[in-house]
Design a protein around this ligand. Sequence first.
Ligand code: CTP
Ligand code: MG
Length: 335
Amino acid sequence: RNQKRRLECRPDIDSLTPSFLSIYNSLIPAEEEKAKQKRLILSLEKLVVKEWPDAKLYIYGSCANSFGVSNCDIDVCLAIECDGTSKSEILTKLADILQSENLQNVQALTHARVPIVKLMDPTTGISCDICINNLLAVVNTKLLKDYAQIDGRLRQLAFIVKHWAKSRGVNETYRGTLSSYAYVLMCIHFLQQRRPAILPCLQEMEATYEVTVDEVECLYFDQVEKLKNFGARNNESIGRLLWEFFDYWAYRHDYANAVISIRTGGFISKREKDWTRRIGNDRHLICIEDPFEVSHDLGRVVDKYSIKVLREEFERAADIMQYDPNPSVMLFEPY
Ligand code: CTP
Ligand code: MG
């Protein structure tokens, strides 16, 4: 499959940009939505500190990393000293508190892989998942948000790729396809690889932000307002970048040997990471290194069946981008 000859890009590729940008614009959440989310978090925080005075709430995930479409659920992290109390006990207590405050559909899922409390706020209609002490997610949320501020094409590309993945049913980790987080990392890596580069590698630059979370040192350059012109020497359009993105994952990525790594701004070999064979349920059929938890492969959910589905979808998308007169319709056709 990898031997398939790479096509010359269609000559009218740049003219496809406006239709993709209008899809992007239709997905952006309204400002008032952000304000509603903030108010909900503040009111939840008030309830939480009555019981645990030192606790804090953080928003993470798509509501905070700037890659969220409108009406998304919000992911919240409760940061709390557990000393002795188990996470289940804290979540059960939290669910009791929220229940008594008229929040709806309150449910403590204490046995989930990531234990959470779910709730729905009846005044705004916003649903929210609260987890405990998942601070690495809070830090990687900041990293993604910082990358998004460097070049506007990252947010555009990632919105369109996420929209494609959701439409085509390949954004479902419980069925062996990739998380939204993994798709955003793929977009960052891809833009780091363009020549001239559209994004820098923030973790290879002088660290201006430094935290240690769960024994993981997180260091990177976060003064991104100084990098606003970084991608200016590259003027590739969104139409062209999308074409290249799907062409890359369809026909050019070295699935057998390569790991993509936004931490290093390039590639690492599977051998170097010892990701060459199946260990437990981790098969490493598509390898995406987490920027901070470097032993995490975001592709670990992919199995021998779903890798086929995924690669066929990349090929379908690449072929539509190449041959379809109006790709922005077919690309997002529900599967
Ligand atoms: N996350 C993580 N490790 C993973 C998956 C997710 O650390 N293997 C964290 C990331 O901080 C990510 C957040 O959980 O931003 C939410 O993940 P996900 O639901 O995949 O992404 P969202 O950006 O919330 O996407 P969506 O719009 O689809 O909800
Ligand atoms: Mg989410």
